[in-house]
Design a protein around this ligand. Structure first.
Ligand SMILES: [Zn+2]
Ligand SMILES: [Zn+2]
Length: 194
Protein backbone atom coordinates (compact mmCIF):
# COMPACT_ATOMS: atom_id res chain seq x y z
CA UNK A 1 0.00 0.00 0.00
CA UNK A 2 1.43 3.36 -1.01
CA UNK A 3 1.63 6.12 1.57
CA UNK A 4 -1.07 8.73 1.08
CA UNK A 5 1.54 11.46 0.66
CA UNK A 6 3.19 9.58 -2.21
CA UNK A 7 -0.17 9.29 -3.96
CA UNK A 8 -0.90 13.00 -3.92
CA UNK A 9 2.35 14.44 -5.25
CA UNK A 10 1.42 17.91 -6.58
CA UNK A 11 3.56 17.26 -9.66
CA UNK A 12 1.08 14.56 -10.68
CA UNK A 13 -1.61 17.16 -11.29
CA UNK A 14 -2.20 20.03 -13.68
CA UNK A 15 -3.22 22.85 -11.38
CA UNK A 16 -5.35 25.59 -12.95
CA UNK A 17 -4.98 27.86 -9.89
CA UNK A 18 -1.22 27.72 -10.28
CA UNK A 19 -1.54 28.71 -13.96
CA UNK A 20 -3.81 31.65 -13.03
CA UNK A 21 -1.24 32.79 -10.50
CA UNK A 22 2.12 32.02 -12.16
CA UNK A 23 1.33 31.75 -15.88
CA UNK A 24 1.85 28.77 -18.24
CA UNK A 25 3.21 25.58 -16.68
CA UNK A 26 4.98 22.51 -18.02
CA UNK A 27 4.58 19.03 -16.59
CA UNK A 28 6.64 15.96 -17.23
CA UNK A 29 5.91 12.71 -15.39
CA UNK A 30 6.34 8.99 -15.79
CA UNK A 31 3.19 7.22 -14.69
CA UNK A 32 2.86 3.54 -13.86
CA UNK A 33 -0.30 1.95 -15.13
CA UNK A 34 -1.70 -1.54 -14.63
CA UNK A 35 -3.61 -3.36 -17.37
CA UNK A 36 -6.59 -3.79 -15.02
CA UNK A 37 -7.12 0.00 -14.97
CA UNK A 38 -7.61 -0.04 -18.73
CA UNK A 39 -10.26 -2.77 -18.78
CA UNK A 40 -9.36 -4.10 -22.17
CA UNK A 41 -8.67 -7.81 -22.56
CA UNK A 42 -6.23 -7.26 -25.42
CA UNK A 43 -3.78 -5.44 -23.14
CA UNK A 44 -1.54 -8.11 -21.61
CA UNK A 45 1.03 -5.75 -20.15
CA UNK A 46 1.64 -2.03 -20.20
CA UNK A 47 4.79 -0.15 -19.30
CA UNK A 48 4.96 3.25 -17.60
CA UNK A 49 3.68 6.19 -19.65
CA UNK A 50 6.01 9.14 -20.16
CA UNK A 51 3.71 12.14 -20.36
CA UNK A 52 4.50 15.78 -21.02
CA UNK A 53 2.04 18.64 -20.99
CA UNK A 54 2.34 22.38 -21.47
CA UNK A 55 -0.68 24.21 -20.12
CA UNK A 56 -1.79 27.80 -20.53
CA UNK A 57 -4.95 29.85 -20.21
CA UNK A 58 -7.25 29.96 -23.25
CA UNK A 59 -9.11 32.99 -24.56
CA UNK A 60 -12.51 32.02 -23.11
CA UNK A 61 -13.35 32.36 -19.42
CA UNK A 62 -12.20 29.32 -17.49
CA UNK A 63 -10.60 27.78 -20.56
CA UNK A 64 -7.19 26.07 -20.41
CA UNK A 65 -5.20 24.76 -23.35
CA UNK A 66 -3.04 21.67 -23.13
CA UNK A 67 -0.37 20.63 -25.62
CA UNK A 68 1.08 17.27 -24.71
CA UNK A 69 2.78 14.08 -25.72
CA UNK A 70 2.67 10.55 -24.37
CA UNK A 71 4.74 7.48 -25.05
CA UNK A 72 4.63 3.94 -23.71
CA UNK A 73 5.24 0.33 -24.63
CA UNK A 74 2.86 -2.56 -24.11
CA UNK A 75 2.23 -6.21 -24.89
CA UNK A 76 -1.00 -6.64 -26.78
CA UNK A 77 -2.86 -9.78 -27.70
CA UNK A 78 -3.31 -10.18 -31.43
CA UNK A 79 -7.01 -10.30 -32.33
CA UNK A 80 -6.38 -13.02 -34.94
CA UNK A 81 -3.77 -15.41 -33.55
CA UNK A 82 -4.25 -14.53 -29.85
CA UNK A 83 -0.47 -14.32 -29.31
CA UNK A 84 0.98 -11.43 -27.34
CA UNK A 85 3.21 -9.07 -29.32
CA UNK A 86 5.17 -5.92 -28.43
CA UNK A 87 3.58 -2.57 -29.17
CA UNK A 88 5.05 0.92 -28.84
CA UNK A 89 3.27 4.23 -29.12
CA UNK A 90 4.21 7.87 -29.22
CA UNK A 91 1.43 10.39 -29.61
CA UNK A 92 0.79 14.08 -29.28
CA UNK A 93 -2.46 15.56 -28.08
CA UNK A 94 -4.23 18.90 -27.83
CA UNK A 95 -6.97 19.44 -25.32
CA UNK A 96 -9.14 22.32 -24.25
CA UNK A 97 -10.54 22.26 -20.77
CA UNK A 98 -13.80 24.10 -20.19
CA UNK A 99 -15.64 24.46 -16.88
CA UNK A 100 -18.52 21.96 -16.80
CA UNK A 101 -21.69 23.90 -17.64
CA UNK A 102 -24.15 24.00 -14.75
CA UNK A 103 -27.31 22.78 -16.42
CA UNK A 104 -29.85 20.15 -15.41
CA UNK A 105 -29.05 16.65 -16.64
CA UNK A 106 -31.97 16.69 -19.07
CA UNK A 107 -30.59 19.69 -20.96
CA UNK A 108 -27.00 18.60 -20.74
CA UNK A 109 -27.78 15.61 -22.91
CA UNK A 110 -28.97 17.91 -25.66
CA UNK A 111 -25.80 19.99 -25.84
CA UNK A 112 -24.30 19.48 -29.25
CA UNK A 113 -20.58 19.49 -29.58
CA UNK A 114 -19.34 21.23 -32.71
CA UNK A 115 -16.80 19.28 -34.80
CA UNK A 116 -14.01 21.67 -33.81
CA UNK A 117 -14.80 21.02 -30.15
CA UNK A 118 -14.07 17.31 -30.11
CA UNK A 119 -10.93 17.97 -28.11
CA UNK A 120 -12.90 19.71 -25.35
CA UNK A 121 -12.98 18.17 -21.91
CA UNK A 122 -15.09 19.51 -19.08
CA UNK A 123 -13.73 19.94 -15.61
CA UNK A 124 -15.25 20.53 -12.21
CA UNK A 125 -12.20 20.32 -9.97
CA UNK A 126 -9.29 22.64 -10.78
CA UNK A 127 -6.66 19.92 -10.49
CA UNK A 128 -6.44 17.47 -13.39
CA UNK A 129 -4.56 14.24 -12.67
CA UNK A 130 -1.93 13.59 -15.35
CA UNK A 131 -2.85 9.93 -14.86
CA UNK A 132 -6.25 10.60 -16.46
CA UNK A 133 -4.59 12.06 -19.54
CA UNK A 134 -2.12 9.16 -19.66
CA UNK A 135 -4.92 6.55 -19.49
CA UNK A 136 -6.84 8.40 -22.17
CA UNK A 137 -3.82 8.43 -24.48
CA UNK A 138 -3.31 4.69 -24.01
CA UNK A 139 -6.96 4.04 -24.88
CA UNK A 140 -6.72 6.22 -27.98
CA UNK A 141 -3.40 4.74 -29.14
CA UNK A 142 -4.24 1.06 -28.87
CA UNK A 143 -6.10 -0.18 -31.96
CA UNK A 144 -9.62 -1.57 -31.52
CA UNK A 145 -8.42 -4.78 -33.13
CA UNK A 146 -4.69 -5.14 -32.51
CA UNK A 147 -2.79 -7.31 -35.00
CA UNK A 148 0.69 -8.78 -34.46
CA UNK A 149 1.28 -7.97 -38.11
CA UNK A 150 -0.87 -6.71 -40.94
CA UNK A 151 -0.95 -10.11 -42.67
CA UNK A 152 -1.33 -12.29 -39.56
CA UNK A 153 -2.82 -15.59 -40.71
CA UNK A 154 -4.63 -16.19 -37.43
CA UNK A 155 -5.79 -19.50 -36.05
CA UNK A 156 -7.21 -22.32 -38.09
CA UNK A 157 -10.97 -22.25 -37.37
CA UNK A 158 -11.04 -26.05 -37.53
CA UNK A 159 -8.07 -27.23 -35.44
CA UNK A 160 -6.86 -24.03 -33.76
CA UNK A 161 -3.31 -24.18 -35.12
CA UNK A 162 -1.51 -20.85 -35.30
CA UNK A 163 -1.16 -20.57 -39.06
CA UNK A 164 1.73 -18.11 -38.78
CA UNK A 165 3.83 -20.97 -37.43
CA UNK A 166 2.44 -24.18 -38.87
CA UNK A 167 0.51 -25.42 -41.81
CA UNK A 168 -2.20 -27.80 -40.70
CA UNK A 169 -4.04 -30.44 -42.69
CA UNK A 170 -7.25 -28.39 -42.71
CA UNK A 171 -5.68 -25.49 -44.61
CA UNK A 172 -6.63 -26.79 -48.01
CA UNK A 173 -10.26 -27.39 -47.16
CA UNK A 174 -10.58 -23.85 -45.79
CA UNK A 175 -8.84 -22.46 -48.88
CA UNK A 176 -11.20 -24.44 -51.13
CA UNK A 177 -14.21 -22.96 -49.36
CA UNK A 178 -12.85 -19.49 -49.92
CA UNK A 179 -12.22 -20.13 -53.59
CA UNK A 180 -15.66 -21.68 -53.80
CA UNK A 181 -17.21 -18.53 -52.39
CA UNK A 182 -15.17 -16.42 -54.77
CA UNK A 183 -16.25 -18.38 -57.85
CA UNK A 184 -19.88 -18.08 -56.73
CA UNK A 185 -19.45 -14.33 -56.59
CA UNK A 186 -17.82 -14.38 -60.03
CA UNK A 187 -20.72 -16.38 -61.46
CA UNK A 188 -23.21 -13.95 -59.90
CA UNK A 189 -21.37 -11.03 -61.47
CA UNK A 190 -21.29 -12.77 -64.85
CA UNK A 191 -25.03 -13.40 -64.68
CA UNK A 192 -25.65 -9.76 -63.88
CA UNK A 193 -23.44 -8.66 -66.77
CA UNK A 194 -25.02 -10.93 -69.37
ZN1 LIG B 1 -1.41 -12.43 -34.96
ZN1 LIG C 1 -6.33 -26.70 -39.01
Amino acid sequence: MLAKSAMSDPRDFINFDEIDKDGPQSYSRTISVSPSELQRDEIVNVGPVAIKAAVQKGSRPGEYLVEGSASFTADLMCARCLEPYPFASSSTFHLRFHPRPEVPQRQEEEIEIAPDELDVEFYTGRQIPLRHLALEQIQLSIPMKPLCREDCLGLCPTCGTNRNREVCACVEAVADERWGALSEIRQAIKKRES
